[in-house]
Design a protein around this ligand. Structure first.
Ligand code: ADP
Length: 496
């Protein structure tokens, strides 16, 4: 049997054990609570940090959208500026340049009012070039105010500096400009063409929600530079245009003068031709009589003549023949020139024409022992007046013979050209012609001053006649010659 004390002591032990267990339990729980509270503490710290970060994100987002907005504004401004610049730079009329700045462009740049002024040197004041968004009354008040405060604007020009409601620190001055432009937000920038009147461009807005920025100052400065550049271009264009006008006027005057001179020369030339033609005609009749009388006297029908008289008469006869040739050549020249001599054009064999001339000259060629060479295609056909072209050959071969020493060489060749013409070349190994005389020999009465010409007679009319005959055949004639070694006369005629 268990005693009461024993029971109590058992119960006491159990109680003690329970208390100890409870204490151990509480201790272990307290440890956990401690751990938990430290977790809670670190959690709340993290939460705080997260909150901070969220706030930062919101702040950054706001700033980003603000920057984006500014960027958009800048892009829109730049785009407008580009359009405006293009319009301004293509304007070459000074008075039109300011008118290119229209209200809608200005609005896109964030302003609704503008003034453009240029300095007038004569009036010694700023003169209005354009205004946007101001009434007539406001404009006249502004003009007066600008005249009073012109130094502010003149300084701006002198210092080449842009200013604005943002950068102007002098508050009195700022209020003054605000009053002049009737707006709290503004940009004023100088217009500085390299030459000509300078001025300023002012833009303003009553909207103060978005303040004026460096970007606005920059944009308006660029715009004013464009205006300045365009004013300069317009000035240069005007200058060039005036110079061109003056030049054109001068050219016109000179052309008129030259035409008058040319007409006078033509008249004189015609008078000269008429005169030569008339005189030649008048000379022909007495010349024929002289020749006739001389011939009768020489027959002896009017009595036998002493030998001296006969000799003189023969001289008269010879000189009359020479004079007759001159008169005939002169008459022909003036007849071809006046178009009175008609060329009977037809297809003819070139070699045959030359042979006829050769027949006439062969005696002299042999006498002078000149090697004469014709190198021409026997079938070569040309469209010519054979009689006139025959004269051309007689003259040119005759000259070649005259100016080529005995034993020399004369050769004739011809070749077809691409333009439907035939080129004939007559070369000799004669004395040649000085370069300076090579054009003049085709003029009437011109003869080179040389020993041969002093000895051999000539009129200086042969080549003048030849040139006119070739010209009447739509051809050209020229000479290439080396003094002392020979000459080549070339001319063109149409292929047959
Ligand atoms: P002319 O023979 O009667 O003097 P031309 O008009 O035929 O008149 O010739 C003018 C001048 O051109 C000649 O005086 C001569 O000085 C020069 N000339 C013409 N043909 C030749 C030639 N083949 N060689 C050298 N000089 C020439």
């Amino acid at each position: 049997m268990l005693s009461y004390e024993y029971l109590i002591s058992i119960l006491g032990v159990i109680f003690l054990i329970t208390i100890i267990s409870l204490i151990a339990f509480v201790i272990s729980k307290m440890e956990k609570i401690k751990q938990l509270s430290s977790v809670i503490e670190s959690l709340s710290k993290s939460l705080d940090e997260m909150d901070e970060q969220a706030k930062l994100i919101v702040r950054t987002d706001i700033e980003l959208s603000k920057t984006q907005e500014e960027l958009d504004k800048k892009i829109a401004g730049l785009y407008t500026l580009q359009k405006l610049s293009r319009a301004i730079s293509t304007t070459l009329e000074g008075s039109q340049i300011f008118k290119m700045v229209e209200a809608n462009y200005l609005e896109n740049l964030g302003f609704e009012k503008a003034y453009g002024f240029l300095w007038d040197n004569q009036k010694n004041e700023f003169s209005l070039q354009m205004s946007i968004g101001y009434s007539e009354e406001e404009i006249s008040t502004t003009k007066a105010a600008i005249t009073t405060d012109k130094n502010f604007f003149l300084n701006l020009i002198r210092n080449e500096k842009t200013t604005s409601s943002m950068s102007l620190t002098d508050t009195t001055l700022k209020t003054k400009i605000e009053n002049i432009l009737r707006s709290p937000a503004f940009v004023v920038t100088p217009i500085l063409p390299k030459e000509g009147e300078k001025g300023f461009f002012a833009v303003a807005t009553e909207n103060t929600d978005t303040p004026i920025t460096d970007g606005d100052e920059e944009l308006i400065t660029i715009l004013a530079n464009e205006i300045g550049q365009a004013l300069e271009n317009a000035r240069l264009f005007e200058k060039t245009w005036h110079t061109q006008q003056q030049l054109e006027q001068k050219v016109e005057e000179r052309t008129r003068e030259l035409t008058n001179v040319l007409n006078a020369v033509k008249t004189i030339n015609k008078r000269k031709s008429d005169f030569v033609s008339n005189v030649s005609h008048e000379l022909r009749t007495p010349l024929t009589s002289i020749k006739g009388y001389a011939a009768i006297l020489l027959t002896g029908k009017l009595g036998t003549l002493p030998p001296e008289a006969k000799e003189r008469l023969e001289k008269i006869n010879r000189h009359s023949d020479e004079l007759g040739h001159i008169v005939n050549d002169l008459l022909d020249i003036s007849r071809i020139e006046s178009g009175k001599m008609i060329m009977n054009l037809g297809k003819h064999n070139l070699k045959e024409i030359i042979s006829k001339a050769d027949d006439l000259l062969s005696g002299q060629l042999k006498e002078k022992k000149i090697n004469f060479n014709i190198n021409i295609d026997p079938d070569a056909s040309v469209l010519v007046d054979p009689e006139q072209i025959g004269r051309v050959f007689i003259n040119l071969i005759g000259n070649a013979m005259k100016f080529t020493p005995a034993g020399g060489k004369i050769s004739i060749s011809a070749r077809k050209l691409n333009d439907g013409m035939v080129q004939v070349d007559i070369s000799d190994t004669g004395c040649g012609i000085p370069l300076g005389d090579q054009e003049a020999i085709f003029e009437e009465f011109f003869r080179v001053e040389n020993a041969i010409n002093q000895e051999v007679k000539g009129t200086g009319l042969g080549l003048a006649l030849v040139k006119r005959i070739i010209k009447a055949h739509q051809g050209k004639i020229w000479v290439k010659s080396t003094l002392g070694s020979g000459s080549t006369f070339s001319f063109t005629i149409q292929q047959g």
